[in-house]
Design a protein around this ligand. Structure first.
Ligand SMILES: [Zn+2]
Length: 418
């Protein structure tokens, strides 16, 4: 970043310093609204809160879309539908030369029934609260960075789309199609998952698939005629030992059997058992290999007299691999961070997010531009409040660098649908 550019950004950085209390006050209100992934009413309240802020403060076009229900297999092996909250799209300057897709999720992992609903100050700079870091604080960072960009004289070079989705914490089953459609219309993506407490970012990410193996057997009395029964739990146990062999069979591949349910009473041979498991892969090519192994296990059960097995699920998120375009983008962000005395680094992670979705549709992105925080997905979740302005400044400098200097080469080559 050239010195004169940093000079031109100074009024925006100063404005963000003054903006800290406003952000903190909004965060306290947002954290008090439950928006667990299974609470579409609460998610829509949070969505409306943010939509009003984006509409008023950024004069952008705001649209609300309902999503198809999420279909999944329950622990009885039945297909059930789960209502999802709404998705919001906010757009400004779709004809500008550079198009940036920004995204954040409205949902948290804490449902309406969770005991974790309120925020508490642990000290002046540390707020504990559901979704404070993941990612209500992050969406406030995004909003504030866009507000700062709009104050810069070069802002007209950058057009942007914001997607606020309601289902990231359950794998984005309803919003995945939106990422697929929007990715080709943009040059790069900026997502607001929390950074680590030391400020470092996620680099490459593993892919993830959630699967359900539903096994049917035959019930019988455990004492009178057990030989006529076909024990679905025993078959599931056998299947699990086969699944465990996939674990580690390829570099970076892990499989976790997470939930199992079957049977009703001890004196009956159980006729059904449902097993849910998660698979993580580092190499995109391992997805097909893994699916073949799973189908073989299903076949093994089906070839045993009296049993039937069905397999549901897919790799909803493919690995995020850092190609040249990603490295250029991360390097540009690192240069921006140096102007804020931040020494930014990034590390591979087994976790995934919507950044996986965007990169699998060819859109280079940085997905941990949100606040610094930790213990996410636990009642200990906290945000470091000084990172609200720190990270808003970081995104602002990145947006201003793009607006002033244009895209790095490998990103400029990208053909963008208009
Ligand atoms: Zn998150």
């Amino acid at each position: 970043m050239k010195p004169e550019l940093h000079e031109s950004a100074k009024p925006m950085l100063y404005w963000l310093d003054q903006h800290r209390t406003w952000m903190e006050d909004r965060l306290l209100e947002l954290v008090s609204i439950n928006s667990g992934s299974h609470n579409p009413v609460g998610i829509d309240r949070v969505g409306e809160y943010f939509a009003a802020l984006f509409a008023d403060r950024l004069e952008a076009a705001v649209d609300k879309f309902s999503l198809d229900p999420w279909q999944r297999i329950d622990m009885q092996g039945q297909m059930v539908e789960q209502a999802l909250g709404s998705l919001w799209r906010i757009r400004k300057r779709p004809d500008a030369p550079i198009q940036v897709l920004l995204s954040g999720h409205l949902d948290t992992v804490f449902g309406a029934e969770s005991g974790f609903q309120k925020s508490t100050y642990q000290d002046k700079n540390t707020l504990n609260g559901p979704g404070a870091a993941d990612m209500k604080g992050g969406i406030l960072v995004m909003l504030s960075a866009l507000e700062a960009l709009e104050q810069h004289p070069d802002h007209y070079n950058v057009g942007w789309t914001v997607l606020l989705n309601p289902d990231e914490e359950v794998g984005s089953p309803g919003s995945a199609g939106w990422f697929a459609r929007e990715a080709p219309r943009h040059h790069l993506g900026m997502l607001y998952e929390p950074a680590l407490p030391d400020g470092s970012l996620a680099g490459s990410r593993k892919g993830s698939g959630n699967f359900t193996l539903s096994i049917g057997g035959r019930s019988a009395h455990a004492g009178r005629n057990p030989e006529e029964g076909r024990n679905a739990i025993s078959a599931a146990a056998h299947a699990i030992t086969l699944l465990e062999r996939i674990n580690g069979a390829r570099e970076g591949l892990t499989l976790n059997t997470g939930i199992i349910a079957g049977g009703t009473t001890t004196n009956q041979v159980p006729d059904s058992c449902v097993v849910k498991f998660n698979v993580r892969i580092r190499d995109p090519e391992d997805a097909d290999w893994c699916l073949t192994q799973l189908e073989n296990i299903q076949l093994t059960i089906n070839q045993t007299e009296g049993f039937n097995a069905s397999l549901h699920g897919s790799f909803g998120r493919m690995p995020k691999v850092l190609d040249d375009a990603h490295i250029k983008l991360y390097s540009l962000l690192k240069a921006c961070g140096q102007h804020l005395q931040l020494d930014l680094n990034w590390h591979p992670t087994g976790g995934c997010c919507d950044g996986n979705n965007l990169s699998s549709h060819g859109l280079p992105n940085i997905d941990t531009l949100g606040v610094r925080g930790g213990l996410i997905h636990s009642p200990g979740e906290f945000i470091c409040l000084d990172s609200l302005t720190e990270r808003a400044k970081l995104s602002t400098l990145l947006l201003i660098a793009l607006a002033h200097d244009g895209l790095p080469d490998s990103l400029a080559k990208r053909e963008v649908q208009r």
